[in-house]
Design a protein around this ligand. Structure first.
Ligand SMILES: [Zn+2]
Length: 87
């Protein structure tokens, strides 16, 4: 199975949520989300945001907001940066 880097995984997340990701890539992303300590919270917040927006039926703003969230996803600390760890 292909090992994804965090930037690769994050670039695939929006397609994954849309259901546009090929099955093998979706599997790789799911595998990454299960093993990575950085991406799952980002993925969860993106899903949460999209879910809330769909609930509001605010379709016009979704595209812009997705872009903002994806831009934010590109910025969080990578594996080289210390993060607070759960004890
Ligand atoms: Zn990751």
């Amino acid at each position: 199975m292909t090992q994804l880097s965090c930037p690769m995984a994050r670039s695939m997340v929006s397609d994954y949520i849309d259901g546009d990701l090929p099955r093998d890539q979706a599997r790789s992303l799911e595998d990454h989300l299960q093993t990575c300590q950085f991406c799952p919270p980002l993925y969860a917040s993106l899903v949460e945001t999209l879910t809330e927006l769909k609930a509001l039926d605010d379709v016009g703003g979704v595209d812009q907001l997705v872009r903002r969230v994806l831009a934010a996803l590109a910025e969080p600390p990578g594996p080289d940066d210390p993060l607070p760890r759960r004890a």
